[in-house]
Ligand binder design. Structure first.
Ligand code: HEC
Length: 104
């Protein structure tokens, strides 16, 4: 789990460094069991975030969050800024949802 988190952070940094592009693919083997599961992430988002952040993070009572970087979304999930409850999802689920949001 910890390793996965570090990898996520690492890949987010890499992404930032080269301005986006090919992030998927290469890290699949190492994160076996912890790979991003788009379907699970979408349903996690729908049951935990959609009510406040709208369809695909487009914003509702909560701000628009689509396209935010994974680390920022994870930080928000942990901290619960302003009127947002903290730790609605945790661990791998939080990482999955953060990845989902960043890809919207
Ligand atoms: C009860 C409503 C509610 C739910 C549920 C909720 N949020 Fe939020 N969220 C908010 C509000 C309100 C803010 C703005 C807080 C502030 O800064 O005042 C926010 C802020 C954020 C931010 C920071 C936005 C920014 O511009 O810095 C992120 C990222 C975020 N939420 C992601 C999520 C994710 C992912 C989920 C699901 C796991 C989620 N939120 C669930 C209400 C909610």
């Amino acid at each position: 789990m910890k390793k996965f988190l570090i990898m996520m952070a690492g890949s987010a940094m890499l992404l930032a460094a080269c301005g986006g592009g090919d992030d998927a693919g290469e890290e699949g083997e190492e994160t076996a069991g912890g790979t991003y599961d788009a379907e699970a992430a979408a349903s996690l988002y729908e049951s935990n975030c959609l009510s406040c952040h709208g369809d695909q993070g487009s914003g509702a009572s909560g701000p628009e969050i689509a396209g935010m970087d994974v680390d920022s979304v994870l930080a928000a999930i942990e901290e619960g800024p302003g009127g947002m409850p903290a730790d609605i999802v945790t661990g791998e689920e939080a990482e999955n949802v953060a990845q989902y949001v960043s890809e919207q």
